[in-house]
Design a protein around this ligand. Structure first.
Ligand SMILES: [Zn+2]
Length: 217
């Protein structure tokens, strides 16, 4: 084979390697390669290069895919954490208790104290103030801004009197709810049954003490 023939074959080799040359060219190249080691070596080199490049592409694509998967997982995790944190913060906000304002909820008409024929005192609440099963609950209070659960020790300096504050969930301030048509009654007494001279409602929003009942003396 002449050098000139080799040149022609080398021109055809890329097409031959890709398998896109005509049948006649293919036959010519095949016959030449069988007899020419240099051209056969050239084809071999070309094939190896193509394979390496293809492998490089595949591994690059795999890397990108892997990275995209990691990004997706991270984004989903962050989104889930944010949603959970948001829900938790919202829940904590909603269940924070706050005072039922005396003026805003018209407590002058809805909260009173009554003494019955057995000399027992009763805190009587109605309307929105009496919806405590769901939203509002009475809390024993003193004017120092301290609130106690029912039946818990009361500030000794205030022992002559008994204070109440209606506490409600903050969420309840936003929600409309039906006033209770019935009057709820809670007995007013001190833990050691000592006499009570007056009962008051303490509104810590305005820091005001509203007297609900006073002994006659
Ligand atoms: Zn050749």
């Amino acid at each position: 084979m002449s050098k000139k023939n080799c040149e022609l074959i080398r021109d055809l080799l890329p097409l031959y390697a890709d398998g896109v040359c005509s049948e006649l060219s293919k036959k010519t190249v095949t016959e030449h390669l069988a007899e020419c080691k240099e051209c056969a070596a050239e084809l071999d080199k070309m094939n190896r290069k193509i394979t390496v490049e293809a492998d490089k592409d595949i591994s690059a694509i795999r890397k990108i895919k892997k990275r995209m998967r990691l990004v997706k997982v991270a984004a989903a995790t962050i989104a889930a954490i944010l949603v959970a944190a948001g829900l938790f913060a919202g829940y904590m906000w909603a269940i924070t208790d706050c005072t039922m304002d005396y003026e805003k909820y018209n407590l002058a008409e809805n909260v009173r104290v009554e003494k019955d024929s057995d000399d027992r005192l009763w805190l009587c609440i109605k309307g929105k103030a009496a919806a405590y099963s769901a939203f509002v609950w009475p809390t024993i209070s003193d004017t120092d801004g301290n609130h106690f659960g029912t039946n818990q020790p009361f500030n000794k300096d205030k022992k002559a009197g008994r204070g109440y504050t209606l506490k409600m969930f903050r969420l309840a301030k936003l929600l409309p709810w039906e006033p209770n048509p019935y009057e709820e009654r809670i007995e007013v007494k001190l833990n050691d049954d000592s006499p009570i001279n007056y009962v008051f409602y303490y509104d810590d929003v305005t820091d005001t003490e509203y007297v609900l009942w006073k002994a006659d003396n």
